[in-house]
Design a protein. Structure first.
Length: 326
Protein backbone atom coordinates (compact mmCIF):
# COMPACT_ATOMS: atom_id res chain seq x y z
CA UNK A 1 0.00 0.00 0.00
CA UNK A 2 1.30 3.47 -0.96
CA UNK A 3 1.67 5.86 1.94
CA UNK A 4 0.46 9.45 2.03
CA UNK A 5 3.67 10.60 0.38
CA UNK A 6 5.54 7.66 -1.02
CA UNK A 7 9.14 7.99 -2.15
CA UNK A 8 10.45 5.04 -4.14
CA UNK A 9 14.05 5.31 -2.88
CA UNK A 10 14.76 7.41 0.19
CA UNK A 11 13.90 10.87 1.46
CA UNK A 12 16.24 13.79 1.19
CA UNK A 13 16.70 13.83 4.98
CA UNK A 14 18.97 10.82 4.65
CA UNK A 15 21.16 12.64 2.17
CA UNK A 16 20.16 10.31 -0.68
CA UNK A 17 18.66 11.83 -3.84
CA UNK A 18 14.89 11.41 -4.22
CA UNK A 19 13.92 9.97 -7.59
CA UNK A 20 10.10 9.57 -7.43
CA UNK A 21 7.33 11.22 -5.40
CA UNK A 22 3.67 10.45 -4.81
CA UNK A 23 1.18 13.23 -5.75
CA UNK A 24 -1.59 13.59 -3.18
CA UNK A 25 -4.04 14.99 -5.74
CA UNK A 26 -3.82 12.72 -8.79
CA UNK A 27 -2.54 9.84 -6.62
CA UNK A 28 0.24 8.93 -9.03
CA UNK A 29 3.94 8.34 -8.49
CA UNK A 30 5.97 10.68 -10.70
CA UNK A 31 9.53 11.85 -11.22
CA UNK A 32 10.91 14.69 -9.14
CA UNK A 33 11.07 16.84 -12.29
CA UNK A 34 7.27 16.79 -12.29
CA UNK A 35 7.18 18.65 -8.95
CA UNK A 36 8.09 22.19 -7.87
CA UNK A 37 10.73 22.80 -5.20
CA UNK A 38 9.11 22.99 -1.76
CA UNK A 39 8.66 26.33 0.05
CA UNK A 40 7.89 25.08 3.58
CA UNK A 41 9.20 22.50 6.03
CA UNK A 42 6.06 20.34 5.75
CA UNK A 43 7.37 18.95 2.47
CA UNK A 44 10.24 17.06 4.05
CA UNK A 45 11.44 15.57 0.77
CA UNK A 46 12.11 19.04 -0.64
CA UNK A 47 9.29 19.05 -3.20
CA UNK A 48 5.63 20.06 -3.37
CA UNK A 49 3.23 17.30 -2.38
CA UNK A 50 1.15 18.14 -5.50
CA UNK A 51 2.65 17.76 -8.99
CA UNK A 52 3.02 20.57 -11.54
CA UNK A 53 0.11 19.33 -13.65
CA UNK A 54 -2.23 19.31 -10.65
CA UNK A 55 -1.08 22.81 -9.60
CA UNK A 56 -1.93 24.10 -13.06
CA UNK A 57 -5.23 22.20 -12.98
CA UNK A 58 -6.11 23.92 -9.70
CA UNK A 59 -5.38 27.29 -11.31
CA UNK A 60 -7.44 26.42 -14.40
CA UNK A 61 -10.42 25.55 -12.21
CA UNK A 62 -10.27 28.92 -10.47
CA UNK A 63 -9.77 30.74 -13.77
CA UNK A 64 -12.88 29.15 -15.28
CA UNK A 65 -14.96 30.65 -12.49
CA UNK A 66 -13.07 33.93 -11.91
CA UNK A 67 -11.96 34.65 -15.52
CA UNK A 68 -9.22 36.82 -14.06
CA UNK A 69 -5.53 35.85 -13.84
CA UNK A 70 -4.52 37.77 -10.66
CA UNK A 71 -7.53 36.51 -8.69
CA UNK A 72 -7.02 32.96 -9.93
CA UNK A 73 -3.34 33.11 -8.93
CA UNK A 74 -4.30 34.40 -5.47
CA UNK A 75 -6.74 31.56 -4.88
CA UNK A 76 -4.27 28.99 -6.21
CA UNK A 77 -1.45 30.30 -4.00
CA UNK A 78 -3.77 30.13 -1.00
CA UNK A 79 -4.64 26.54 -1.93
CA UNK A 80 -1.08 25.22 -2.40
CA UNK A 81 0.52 27.44 0.31
CA UNK A 82 2.65 29.53 -2.08
CA UNK A 83 3.54 33.17 -1.53
CA UNK A 84 1.36 35.65 -3.46
CA UNK A 85 3.29 38.68 -4.71
CA UNK A 86 1.59 41.45 -6.67
CA UNK A 87 4.79 42.59 -8.40
CA UNK A 88 5.46 39.05 -9.55
CA UNK A 89 1.86 38.81 -10.78
CA UNK A 90 2.36 41.91 -12.93
CA UNK A 91 5.61 40.48 -14.25
CA UNK A 92 3.82 37.23 -15.08
CA UNK A 93 1.09 39.08 -16.95
CA UNK A 94 3.69 40.93 -19.05
CA UNK A 95 5.46 37.65 -19.79
CA UNK A 96 2.24 35.96 -20.87
CA UNK A 97 1.42 38.94 -23.10
CA UNK A 98 4.85 38.76 -24.74
CA UNK A 99 4.48 35.05 -25.40
CA UNK A 100 1.07 35.64 -26.95
CA UNK A 101 2.36 38.44 -29.18
CA UNK A 102 5.23 36.23 -30.35
CA UNK A 103 2.86 33.44 -31.26
CA UNK A 104 3.96 31.20 -28.37
CA UNK A 105 1.00 31.04 -25.97
CA UNK A 106 1.40 28.78 -22.94
CA UNK A 107 -0.89 27.16 -20.41
CA UNK A 108 1.78 26.94 -17.71
CA UNK A 109 0.75 30.08 -15.82
CA UNK A 110 1.69 28.65 -12.42
CA UNK A 111 5.09 27.54 -13.74
CA UNK A 112 5.90 31.05 -14.98
CA UNK A 113 4.69 32.63 -11.75
CA UNK A 114 6.67 30.18 -9.57
CA UNK A 115 9.86 30.77 -11.56
CA UNK A 116 9.56 34.55 -11.42
CA UNK A 117 8.66 34.42 -7.72
CA UNK A 118 11.82 32.50 -6.87
CA UNK A 119 13.96 34.93 -8.85
CA UNK A 120 12.31 38.02 -7.35
CA UNK A 121 12.57 36.77 -3.76
CA UNK A 122 16.19 35.78 -4.26
CA UNK A 123 16.99 39.25 -5.56
CA UNK A 124 15.22 40.94 -2.67
CA UNK A 125 16.80 38.61 -0.13
CA UNK A 126 20.28 39.34 -1.46
CA UNK A 127 19.62 43.07 -1.08
CA UNK A 128 18.34 42.43 2.47
CA UNK A 129 14.91 43.85 1.68
CA UNK A 130 12.86 40.83 2.71
CA UNK A 131 13.23 37.34 4.00
CA UNK A 132 13.26 34.24 1.82
CA UNK A 133 9.96 32.81 3.10
CA UNK A 134 7.84 31.68 0.12
CA UNK A 135 4.80 30.42 2.00
CA UNK A 136 1.41 32.07 1.66
CA UNK A 137 0.53 34.95 3.98
CA UNK A 138 -3.03 36.24 4.18
CA UNK A 139 -3.37 40.03 3.85
CA UNK A 140 -5.34 42.70 2.03
CA UNK A 141 -4.02 42.47 -1.49
CA UNK A 142 -4.74 45.22 -4.01
CA UNK A 143 -6.37 43.65 -7.06
CA UNK A 144 -8.00 45.25 -10.10
CA UNK A 145 -11.82 45.26 -10.33
CA UNK A 146 -13.38 41.90 -10.88
CA UNK A 147 -14.01 40.75 -14.42
CA UNK A 148 -17.40 41.92 -15.78
CA UNK A 149 -18.34 38.27 -16.20
CA UNK A 150 -19.67 37.30 -12.79
CA UNK A 151 -22.53 35.25 -11.42
CA UNK A 152 -25.18 37.68 -12.63
CA UNK A 153 -28.04 36.72 -14.91
CA UNK A 154 -26.53 38.78 -17.76
CA UNK A 155 -23.29 36.80 -17.63
CA UNK A 156 -25.23 33.55 -17.54
CA UNK A 157 -27.23 34.56 -20.63
CA UNK A 158 -24.02 35.47 -22.48
CA UNK A 159 -22.44 32.11 -21.71
CA UNK A 160 -25.58 30.22 -22.67
CA UNK A 161 -25.88 32.08 -25.97
CA UNK A 162 -22.23 32.07 -27.09
CA UNK A 163 -20.75 29.18 -25.12
CA UNK A 164 -18.24 28.89 -22.28
CA UNK A 165 -14.44 29.24 -22.15
CA UNK A 166 -14.47 32.75 -23.66
CA UNK A 167 -13.14 35.89 -22.00
CA UNK A 168 -15.06 39.14 -21.68
CA UNK A 169 -13.37 40.72 -24.71
CA UNK A 170 -14.44 37.76 -26.84
CA UNK A 171 -18.06 38.16 -25.78
CA UNK A 172 -17.89 41.89 -26.57
CA UNK A 173 -16.51 41.17 -30.04
CA UNK A 174 -19.16 38.53 -30.79
CA UNK A 175 -22.01 40.75 -29.62
CA UNK A 176 -20.73 43.66 -31.73
CA UNK A 177 -20.29 41.47 -34.82
CA UNK A 178 -23.78 39.98 -34.56
CA UNK A 179 -25.28 43.43 -34.08
CA UNK A 180 -23.59 44.67 -37.26
CA UNK A 181 -24.82 41.65 -39.24
CA UNK A 182 -28.39 42.18 -38.06
CA UNK A 183 -28.31 45.78 -39.29
CA UNK A 184 -27.74 44.73 -42.90
CA UNK A 185 -29.09 41.17 -43.16
CA UNK A 186 -32.19 39.26 -42.17
CA UNK A 187 -32.23 37.41 -38.87
CA UNK A 188 -35.90 36.44 -38.52
CA UNK A 189 -35.64 32.66 -38.19
CA UNK A 190 -33.65 30.33 -35.95
CA UNK A 191 -31.68 29.05 -38.94
CA UNK A 192 -30.65 32.56 -40.01
CA UNK A 193 -29.61 33.47 -36.48
CA UNK A 194 -27.61 30.25 -36.05
CA UNK A 195 -25.68 30.82 -39.28
CA UNK A 196 -24.89 34.42 -38.36
CA UNK A 197 -23.66 33.26 -34.94
CA UNK A 198 -21.37 30.70 -36.59
CA UNK A 199 -20.03 33.42 -38.90
CA UNK A 200 -19.24 35.55 -35.84
CA UNK A 201 -17.47 32.63 -34.13
CA UNK A 202 -15.42 31.94 -37.25
CA UNK A 203 -14.48 35.62 -37.54
CA UNK A 204 -13.29 35.58 -33.91
CA UNK A 205 -11.30 32.40 -34.58
CA UNK A 206 -9.60 34.04 -37.58
CA UNK A 207 -8.82 37.12 -35.52
CA UNK A 208 -7.16 35.08 -32.77
CA UNK A 209 -5.23 32.98 -35.27
CA UNK A 210 -3.81 36.09 -36.91
CA UNK A 211 -2.71 37.40 -33.52
CA UNK A 212 -0.91 34.12 -32.83
CA UNK A 213 0.78 34.03 -36.24
CA UNK A 214 1.68 37.75 -36.32
CA UNK A 215 -0.85 38.79 -38.94
CA UNK A 216 -0.48 35.97 -41.46
CA UNK A 217 -3.73 34.96 -43.13
CA UNK A 218 -5.16 31.60 -41.98
CA UNK A 219 -6.29 30.42 -45.43
CA UNK A 220 -8.22 27.37 -44.17
CA UNK A 221 -10.26 29.39 -41.70
CA UNK A 222 -10.97 32.09 -44.29
CA UNK A 223 -12.23 29.44 -46.70
CA UNK A 224 -14.50 28.03 -44.00
CA UNK A 225 -15.85 31.53 -43.37
CA UNK A 226 -16.59 31.97 -47.08
CA UNK A 227 -18.50 28.68 -47.13
CA UNK A 228 -20.55 29.76 -44.12
CA UNK A 229 -21.37 33.07 -45.79
CA UNK A 230 -22.49 31.28 -48.96
CA UNK A 231 -24.70 28.96 -46.93
CA UNK A 232 -26.26 31.94 -45.17
CA UNK A 233 -26.61 33.79 -48.54
CA UNK A 234 -24.72 36.78 -47.17
CA UNK A 235 -21.58 36.58 -49.33
CA UNK A 236 -20.90 39.68 -51.49
CA UNK A 237 -21.86 38.05 -54.80
CA UNK A 238 -25.32 36.97 -53.64
CA UNK A 239 -25.90 40.26 -51.86
CA UNK A 240 -25.08 42.23 -55.03
CA UNK A 241 -27.38 40.01 -57.09
CA UNK A 242 -30.24 40.48 -54.64
CA UNK A 243 -29.85 44.27 -54.73
CA UNK A 244 -29.24 44.61 -58.48
CA UNK A 245 -32.95 44.95 -59.44
CA UNK A 246 -33.94 47.59 -56.90
CA UNK A 247 -33.34 50.49 -59.32
CA UNK A 248 -35.51 48.80 -61.96
CA UNK A 249 -38.65 48.31 -59.88
CA UNK A 250 -41.88 48.90 -61.78
CA UNK A 251 -44.20 51.82 -61.04
CA UNK A 252 -46.78 49.40 -59.64
CA UNK A 253 -44.23 48.24 -57.03
CA UNK A 254 -43.62 51.86 -56.13
CA UNK A 255 -47.39 52.41 -55.69
CA UNK A 256 -47.60 49.26 -53.56
CA UNK A 257 -44.90 50.57 -51.22
CA UNK A 258 -46.78 53.86 -50.86
CA UNK A 259 -50.10 52.11 -50.17
CA UNK A 260 -48.52 49.87 -47.54
CA UNK A 261 -46.50 52.55 -45.76
CA UNK A 262 -48.29 55.85 -46.37
CA UNK A 263 -51.92 56.97 -45.70
CA UNK A 264 -54.03 57.06 -48.87
CA UNK A 265 -57.54 58.49 -49.42
CA UNK A 266 -60.47 57.05 -51.37
CA UNK A 267 -59.93 58.33 -54.91
CA UNK A 268 -63.63 58.07 -56.03
CA UNK A 269 -64.90 60.50 -53.36
CA UNK A 270 -62.32 63.17 -52.58
CA UNK A 271 -64.79 65.27 -50.54
CA UNK A 272 -65.27 62.42 -48.09
CA UNK A 273 -61.72 62.66 -46.72
CA UNK A 274 -60.78 66.18 -47.82
CA UNK A 275 -61.46 67.75 -44.44
CA UNK A 276 -62.46 64.96 -42.10
CA UNK A 277 -62.15 67.09 -38.94
CA UNK A 278 -63.85 70.16 -40.49
CA UNK A 279 -60.88 72.38 -39.85
CA UNK A 280 -61.68 74.40 -42.95
CA UNK A 281 -65.15 75.29 -41.68
CA UNK A 282 -63.93 76.47 -38.29
CA UNK A 283 -61.09 78.42 -39.89
CA UNK A 284 -63.52 80.26 -42.18
CA UNK A 285 -65.98 80.89 -39.36
CA UNK A 286 -63.62 82.04 -36.61
CA UNK A 287 -60.55 83.33 -38.47
CA UNK A 288 -61.33 84.34 -42.05
CA UNK A 289 -64.71 85.95 -41.35
CA UNK A 290 -63.52 88.19 -38.45
CA UNK A 291 -60.45 89.28 -40.43
CA UNK A 292 -62.59 90.11 -43.48
CA UNK A 293 -64.94 92.21 -41.34
CA UNK A 294 -62.01 94.04 -39.77
CA UNK A 295 -60.26 94.83 -43.05
CA UNK A 296 -63.24 95.51 -45.36
CA UNK A 297 -65.59 96.85 -42.67
CA UNK A 298 -68.18 94.31 -43.82
CA UNK A 299 -71.06 93.19 -41.60
CA UNK A 300 -70.80 89.39 -41.90
CA UNK A 301 -71.62 88.64 -38.29
CA UNK A 302 -71.63 85.26 -36.59
CA UNK A 303 -75.33 85.18 -35.75
CA UNK A 304 -76.28 82.29 -33.48
CA UNK A 305 -79.33 80.46 -34.79
CA UNK A 306 -81.09 77.30 -33.92
CA UNK A 307 -79.14 75.67 -36.67
CA UNK A 308 -76.22 73.73 -35.18
CA UNK A 309 -72.63 73.84 -36.36
CA UNK A 310 -72.95 70.31 -37.70
CA UNK A 311 -75.87 71.38 -39.91
CA UNK A 312 -73.87 74.36 -41.16
CA UNK A 313 -70.95 72.06 -41.91
CA UNK A 314 -73.19 69.72 -43.89
CA UNK A 315 -74.62 72.66 -45.80
CA UNK A 316 -71.16 74.00 -46.67
CA UNK A 317 -70.00 70.55 -47.75
CA UNK A 318 -73.01 70.14 -50.01
CA UNK A 319 -72.38 73.54 -51.61
CA UNK A 320 -68.72 72.68 -52.19
CA UNK A 321 -69.63 69.30 -53.72
CA UNK A 322 -72.10 71.01 -56.06
CA UNK A 323 -69.43 73.53 -57.07
CA UNK A 324 -67.01 70.70 -57.78
CA UNK A 325 -69.67 68.93 -59.87
CA UNK A 326 -70.22 72.05 -61.97
Amino acid sequence: MISKRKVRKTTSSTGVEVSEIYCRRCMKVKKTSDFYIAVDDLDSNGYFSVCKICCQDIYDGYYRSERDIPRSLLMTCRKINLKFDEEVVNSTLLHLKTLHENGKPTDSVIGIYKSKLAGAIKERFSSEKVGSDLTFTEQNYFLPPNNPLDNSEESYVLEQYWGNNLNFEDYQFLESELSDWKKTHRCDTKAEETLLKEICHKTLEIRKKREETKGSSPATLVKELQELMKTASVDPSKTSLANSGKSQDTFSSFIKIIEENEPADYYKDKALFRDFDNIDFYFKKYVTRPLKNFITQSRDFNVDTEESDDELIDEIDENEIMEDGE
